[in-house]
Design a protein around this ligand. Structure first.
Ligand code: ADP
Length: 763
């Protein structure tokens, strides 16, 4: 972490200090330059002052014509006074128009100046003239200035003063800056007038510097600039020059290394400071990082521990700063989290308990329903079965037949009630399922009509059918479709006192997609002219146990029919709709799509007792295993008349004793039996190679669950009270039987039942 911090900080510091150093050294360079500039300006100003005082001295003399007109001795006195007044003057003299001295301050005999430029320029009328020379008197560079003395525009004579340059030399010579900085002065001809080195300004003539780079630069017109050059000794210099009014130039110069020395010094210092700053920052960063990172590390470790489920984790940081507040908040959060978790856990435990209780309650409800169902179905199996068998007895009189009908009707009603309650329980737990099978639709519809038409007739109602374009066979759950239609038709009959009930079944559309079986949408409608249902009541009729209308009509039903029918139709992929008008009648309809795989043209007539006389081939042996004698006898009574030999056993164990003596072609096995149950017996049969090829049909009053189907290895399940057709169908299927039917005239009429919701049950 500190390394990460440093790797971020050091480049920043370096860049910042680089810029600071650069800026500072620029400033230093600027200051040095300005310094050089200032020095040259000061020097120039001094020389200017000096020059002005010279001019003043000259003009004092030249502008007094009286002096010229005075005799030479008087002139000398005046000239000497001037020379004494201006200390750097060494000579003042007057020159006549021929070039000879009229008088001289030094009293020497007159000399000839007619060849000097400054004399000639003055004669020419120039007010002030300059000439630098090596003085014949001092053998030093000197400045001679001249001015004409004019009276009434006539030049009377020339006045001249000469000054040595010692004053300047002193000044310039004293001027030193840095190790190497100095100044020099050249005149307008680039002749050297003043220089700290006396050797350069002594001799018989002035040294000309016109080829010396800084001077050459001035001659080229570059005055007032900084100029860098390398001298003959390969030393680099920086120079600056100023031009004076008299066209002299002051040049100041310094070796470049010297000039930048302070800058280099500064850079060294800056480098040192940078170094100290970086090292210091690094150390400080390490220190601070440890102070900051440690608590943060503590916090993150605590966060990880908490996320792993340890809610007792606390951060031990006691500080007053933001980190301290963070740690406090963190600990607070952990406490809150723990509290919330505990509450959540308690709620969860309560919920779990409630769920367990609900599951248990549900289980006991299921168990209760299963038991009830079993307890009712078992006796009903006998009641309904024997009632039906007895009805066939030709010797019964009309009263006895009526009594048998009442027994059958009541039994069927109880069965309906049980079935409805079981269906409701199944639908509520999502356990209701369809068993798809190919069946003959028309046959099925006619069967339904046969069952309900007697009831309609008894009430003086017309039962009409209207079947349009119906396919021969469809694949669906025939039992459940029948249940729904029976319910709707029975309701129609129940709630209609006059008029008619129409069952309308129409093929709505056929769709054929490639590789898919034919899809046929069929609409089923039950229309009655009954009492109708009000719009208020319409909302309730599909709810379980909802019976609407007047009290009398209620006892006829359970209030479950429509609710279960709705669920079944939904399971088939449709919805029951209803349109009704009070006093006019009701119209219930639904549409379901069936697939039609094959059309079996030679489908045999539905087999049922009364139609079948026997079967072809050898006599088949059937073993009925049931703990209840009446159930065993019922099967024997049904099957023996059509040519089967029926063996019987009371329980599983007994079954094996029977099996030791006789081998049946098929076994009907009850599930709930004392000593050895059907479950164990079926398992055992399966395990013994001697018997495992005997087909088993489970015949039980238990409601069969999918788990049971998986558990018991059998050919088929048949629920008590069973349907005769189904029983015979199964026998035909597993024993490969071909039925022998009775002749038409021998067939007795089928009994019908009051208000059944199931097809007739035979057991
Ligand atoms: P129930 O066993 O009472 O017939 P259902 O669930 O089948 O139960 O019907 C619920 C209620 O809907 C009935 O009690 C009745 O009031 C009303 N109902 C059903 N079908 C009809 C009909 N065709 N005409 C008038 N009322 C009907």
């Amino acid at each position: 972490m500190p390394l990460i911090v440093l790797s971020g900080i050091i480049p920043l510091i370096s860049v910042a200090s680089f810029y600071a150093t650069e800026n500072a050294s620029k400033k230093i360079t600027q200051e040095a330059t300005e310094n050089l500039d200032l020095k040259s300006i000061l020097l120039a100003e001094n020389i200017q002052d000096w020059n002005e005082s010279n001019e003043l001295a000259l003009l004092n003399l030249s502008q007094q014509p009286d002096i010229i007109r005075a005799n030479p001795n008087t002139q000398q006195t005046i000239l000497a006074k001037i020379v004494n007044t201006y200390e750097h003057l060494y000579l003042a003299h007057t020159i006549n128009l021929q070039g000879w001295n009229i008088s001289r301050s030094d009293g020497k005999k007159p000399q000839y100046y007619g060849d000097r430029n400054y004399f000639q320029d003055a004669i020419a009328g120039n007010p002030i003239n300059y000439q630098t020379i090596i003085s014949r008197t001092t053998k030093q560079p000197s400045l001679c200035m001249s001015s004409p003395t004019i009276r009434q525009e006539e030049i009377l004579a020339v006045t001249s003063i000469c000054t040595d340059l010692t004053a300047l030399t002193e000044q310039v010579g004293k001027l030193r800056f840095g190790q190497t900085g100095y100044a020099f002065i050249v005149d307008q001809n680039a002749d050297l007038l003043v220089h700290p080195d006396p050797a350069l300004i002594s001799g018989s003539s002035l040294t000309n510097l016109s080829q010396y780079p800084p001077v050459k630069n001035i001659l080229e017109g570059n005055v007032g600039n900084f100029f860098s050059f390398t001298d003959d000794n390969n030393v680099k210099w920086v120079s600056h020059s100023i031009l004076l009014d008299n066209n002299w130039a002051v040049v100041v110069l310094q070796e470049e290394a010297d000039f930048f020395a302070s800058k280099i010094e500064f850079q060294k210092l800056a480098f040192f400071i940078n170094f100290v700053v970086i090292v210091g920052t690094s150390a400080l960063t390490f220190f601070l990082a440890n102070r900051l990172i440690e608590p943060i590390r503590d916090l993150s470790e605590a966060a990880i521990t908490i996320s792993e489920g340890n809610l007792d984790q606390k951060v031990n940081i006691k500080r007053e700063d933001e980190l301290g507040i963070l740690a406090f908040s963190f600990n607070h959060m952990a406490t809150q989290l723990k509290k919330s978790f505990e509450e959540l856990q308690q709620t969860f435990q309560k919920l779990e308990k409630a769920k367990e209780e609900a599951v248990l309650a549900n289980q006991s409800k299921d168990q209760f329903l299963a038991n009830i169902s079993h307890e009712f179905r078992t006796p009903l199996n006998s009641v309904l079965g024997y009632a039906k068998l007895l009805q066939r007895d030709q010797s019964l009189d009309a009263d006895q037949i009526e009594q048998l009908n009442t027994i059958q009707q009541s039994g069927t009603y109880i069965l309906t009630l049980i079935n409805d309650i079981l269906d409701l329980a199944k639908s509520q737990t999502g356990k209701m399922e369809l068993h798809l099978k190919e069946f003959d639709l028309l046959n099925c519809l006619n069967g339904i009509i046969r069952i309900v038409e007697r009831e309609a007739k008894d009430k003086g109602l017309k039962l009409k059918t209207q079947f349009k374009n119906l396919p021969n066979t469809i694949i669906g759950d025939q039992k459940r479709l029948t249940q729904v239609l029976m319910n709707l038709l029975n309701n129609g009959i129940k709630f209609t006192s006059s008029g008619e009930i129409l069952l309308k079944v129409t093929l709505v559309e056929t769709t054929k997609n490639r590789n898919l079986p034919l899809q046929q949408k069929i609409r089923f409608e039950v229309i009655d002219t009954g009492k109708g249902i009000s719009s208020q009541e319409l909302k309730k009729i599909f709810q379980p146990f909802e019976q609407v209308g007047n009290i009398e009509s209620r006892y006829l039903g359970t209030g479950l029919g429509l609710s279960i029918s709705q669920q079944l139709v939904e399971l088939m992929g449709g919805t029951i709709n209803v349109k009704s008008k009070l006093g006019k009648g009701s119209n219930f309809w639904f549409e379901v799509v069936f697939s039609q795989e094959t059309i079996s043209s030679n489908k045999s007539q539905q087999p049922y007792i009364g139609v079948i006389e026997g079967y072809k081939g050898r006599k088949r042996k059937l073993l009925v295993v049931d703990d209840r004698k009446e159930n065993r006898l019922l099967l024997a009574n049904i099957l023996e008349p059509i040519g089967f030999k029926v063996l019987m056993a009371e329980n599983g164990e007994h079954m094996f004793t029977v099996l030791e003596k006789e081998r049946p072609d098929l076994i009907f096995l009850d599930l709930l039996m004392p000593v050895k149950t059907g479950f164990t017996s079926a398992k055992q049969l399966q395990q013994e190679s001697e018997y495992n090829d005997i087909p088993i049909i489970i015949l039980s009053a238990c409601s069969i669950t999918p788990e049971m189907r998986r558990y018991v290895n059998c050919k088929a399940f048949l629920n008590k009270p069973f349907e005769e057709e189904e029983l015979l169908e199964l026998l035909a299927k597993y024993l490969h039987l071909e039925w022998i039917y009775r002749k038409k005239e021998e067939i007795s009429p089928i009994p019908s039942y009051k208000n059944p919701t199931k097809q007739p049950v035979v057991s």
